[in-house]
Design a protein around this ligand. Structure first.
Ligand code: NOJ
Length: 751
């Protein structure tokens, strides 16, 4: 009996001391003083494989408060959060909603791991900025960074800590609806812009006003065949390295936290399951330290591609390729534990992926202050402020590309007192925006009509609808428009296509000015009044049919909240346009893809000889209607005196290029001075021109400046098919000018 009592006593003492150890044991992952690595290491040791799969699972969110919270689907999601089966939600918006979900994750799940909230903040959260393509035309990297930082500030105040931007896809195809979301057709400029956008969104990620960026769509999604959304891609490795990869790389080098797989195949393998793209290039060659997320359901859609046999195989292939988080296909949560148990995927492999996601949760401070982004007071003070709107207006003005301005019809002068404003879209808030307007609303946006009214006064404007919502017209609409025009000194016509036609799933086989608007312009032209086309669209439309019907064309894209005020500033001359297009405007649909940085071909068409057997069309010119880099101002610039520091340089030398630029007009202005090179002979043929530098300068009327550019071997090199950098001796040409067509040029030799 004594013996038993002694044993019981011993057990009691042992259990008690065990309990004591437990209660005094430091939970390292909860200790803010431990390093992130220590915390991750500790947490991984505590996680089950199911919980690890949960961190790799991102679900579409929805509403978690109010009546919607009783919905069966939402209840299931809440239970999944409690069970540790969700690492991230997308599309949960607002401080209140995000806090409600975060509370379940942190307070009711076993380990209390916080959730990442992702959302497409593409050109603003509540204050809407110009679409990324328009913003690109400003050639103002600082402004682009500011725009992104405001978007981040607004989104972060609404609980969002991760956005799926910037889109770094180079594209040459205006049929592709997503051209609006990108950087245009140039890899050099696209790289600088992508990096600026990442910096604006992320800052250094240690305050509450910045959010994780996501570089997308990796890779080469902008090369979708015929511009059709979700279509296949077939580009060579040489093109991949030289044309498509540089902007993603620049964004990764700028510190982007995440990268999104694209929907397309590369070399016949879906990007989500493509080891060459994800592991060989992104993780190994570029040493990307963040995490990779799928595009919506793209892990599972490997089955549709014909690459994965079933959902389990899709999960296996995605993980084997190096991809990590699964957006909405749910194949990881459903099959990863099983794949690990069967030995098909190692725990170490899973841990690597999970550690990267946990890293950003720690880095953002979510373990220590899980509700930091979900502060309703900050949210109400941060959204849609006067200061944010001012920046949106600055950004919008500098995105407007003046393509044509015969007889200086713009800016309006004191003799153009009576203005006819024509166009259904000029008054329609509903048509002003694309699909990606964050949590913005058209209600508080300034239409073109409102903007002009603010600037000129209502009595100066006579408005006519001109065409219907679907851009068709009829005799009555045309007659009314003609009558307005007859009573005016100048006619402003808002043509183009509805904003609703821009963005994902908005491919158009015919990106042209709608026939009804062409008819309208033909009738208006007969009035003999000067006509200004204000074109709004999320892509470069083919303008050939209307180009000769109008005196001026202001290409306004989709400009965001401040559209009307920005356009009013430009047409009245309060702001002198300085934007230059970053995409070529095709002459005809059959010319697509048309871009400035093409190859010379074996039979380049001489400009002065239209004989036979050249690479050319029989019915239209080879050149686009407006080339890359083109945009007018209300003043004129003269370029002269192109000088190189030497005619021959070695591979380690620097080449200095000087150019003199004068403002030869009557008003001050900003000019984007562009420098291109051509590698005339190379082991892999190079484009006829490649942008390598630019400067956006301000010149007072009559002022002259000498600009200087320095080129190094890096600027003269290119990639081979394996991604090795090649710098080859031989003849080069330098071009400097105001666009990719109108340039001064000079040759030099690299020894
Ligand atoms: C699909 C789009 O391709 C991608 O760009 C976007 O970020 C996701 N959906 C999430 O909305």
């Amino acid at each position: 009996m004594k013996k038993i009592t002694a044993i019981v006593c011993c057990i009691a003492i042992f259990t008690c001391s065990l309990a004591q150890t437990k209660s005094t044991e430091k939970i390292i992952y909860k200790d803010a003083k431990a390093t992130i690595d220590q915390r991750i290491g500790d947490l991984l040791k505590r996680m089950t494989i199911e919980e690890k799969a949960g961190q790799l699972n991102q679900l579409n969110g929805g509403l978690f408060t109010g009546p919607a919270a009783n919905d069966a689907g939402q209840k299931t999601k809440m239970q999944q959060v409690r069970d540790g089966k969700v690492g991230s939600f997308l599309n949960v918006l607002g401080a209140k909603e995000t806090k409600a979900v975060q509370k379940i994750a942190v307070e009711e799940s076993r380990l209390g791991i916080p959730i990442l909230f992702g959302f497409d903040v593409i050109h603003g959260y509540r204050t809407i900025f110009p679409i990324p393509l328009a913003e690109a035309c400003s050639w103002d990297l600082k402004q682009a960074e500011i725009n992104s930082s405001i978007a981040a500030k607004e989104a972060s105040s609404a609980g969002i800590n991760w956005t799926f931007a910037p889109m770094c896809d180079i594209t040459n195809d205006p049929r592709w609806g997503r051209i609006m979301e990108g950087i245009g057709e140039d890899p050099y400029y696209g790289s600088l812009l992508s990096a600026a956008r990442v910096k604006g969104l992320q800052g250094n990620l240690n305050d509450v006003e910045h959010i994780l960026a996501c570089v997308k769509h990796f890779a080469a999604y902008g090369a979708v065949e015929a511009g059709r959304e979700y279509n296949q891609v077939d580009v060579s490795r040489v093109q991949l390295w030289n044309k498509y990869l540089p902007p993603y790389k620049a964004a990764v080098d700028a510190g982007a936290a995440t990268v999104m797989n694209s929907f397309n195949v590369f070399e016949g393998v879906p990007a989500s399951g493509n080891k060459y793209l994800v592991t060989d290039i992104l993780l190994n060659k570029w040493k990307f330290k963040g995490f990779v997320v799928s595009d919506w359901a793209s892990f599972g859609e490997q089955i549709n591609h014909g690459y994965a046999a079933d959902r389990k195989d899709a999960a296996l292939k995605a993980i084997q390729a190096g991809s990590m988080m699964d957006m909405e296909s749910k194949v990881i949560i459903d099959y990863l534990p099983q794949l690990v148990k069967e030995g098909k995927i190692s725990v170490a492999q899973v841990d690597k992926a999970v550690a990267r996601i946990l890293y950003y949760k720690f880095k953002l401070g979510l373990f220590d202050d899980p509700y930091k982004f979900s502060n309703e007071e900050r949210e109400s003070k941060t959204l849609f402020t006067e200061a944010n709107r001012n920046e949106a207006k600055k950004a919008a003005r500098s995105s407007i590309v003046l393509l044509k301005n015969n007889n200086n019809v713009l800016p309006l002068t004191s003799s153009s007192k009576k203005v006819a404003l024509i166009g259904y879209y000029a008054k329609s808030k509903d048509d002003m925006f694309d699909f990606w307007i964050g949590n913005g609303t058209a209600d508080n946006a300034i239409t073109i009509y409102d903007g002009l009214k603010n600037k000129l006064g209502e009595s100066a404007i006579s408005y006519a609808q001109g065409y219907n919502a679907d851009a068709t017209t009829n005799e009555k609409l045309i007659n009314d428009a003609v009558q307005s025009a007859n009573n005016a000194d100048v006619v402003l016509v808002n043509i183009g296509i509805s904003g609703k036609m821009a963005g994902e799933d908005r491919a158009l086989a015919n990106p042209v000015i709608p026939e009804g608007q062409v008819q309208l312009l033909k009738a208006l032209q007969k009035t003999g009044k000067p006509i200004v086309a204000i074109v709004t669209a999320g892509r470069p439309l083919i303008l050939t049919q209307i180009n000769d019907l109008v005196s001026s064309i202001a290409y306004c894209w989709i400009l965001g909240t401040e559209t009307g005020n920005a356009i009013a500033d430009v047409v009245t001359g309060a702001y002198n346009p300085s934007a230059k297009t970053v995409v070529s405007f095709p002459y005809a649909v059959g010319q697509i893809p048309v871009y400035y940085n093409h190859f010379n071909t074996n039979r380049p068409t001489p400009t002065d000889d239209f004989g036979n057997w050249y690479s050319r069309y029989r019915d239209i010119p080879n050149d686009p209607l407006y080339p890359f880099g083109f945009g007018l101002s209300y003043t004129t610039y003269k370029y002269s005196d192109l000088r190189l520091s030497s005619n021959t340089i070695s591979k380690t030398d620097k080449l200095n290029v000087k150019i003199t630029v004068s403002n030869t007009g009557k008003v001050d202005g900003e000019e984007v001075v562009q420098l291109y090179i051509r590698d005339i002979t190379a082991s892999i043929v190079r484009p006829v021109k490649e942008l390598k530098a630019f400067q956006k300068i301000f010149l007072k009327a009559g002022e002259t400046k000498e600009l200087s550019f320095t080129l190094t071997g890096k600027d003269l090199s290119f990639y081979d098919a394996d991604g090795n950098i090649k710098l080859e001796a031989g003849a080069f040409r330098i071009f400097v000018g105001s666009n990719s067509r109108d340039v001064l040029e000079q040759n030099f030799t690299l020894k």
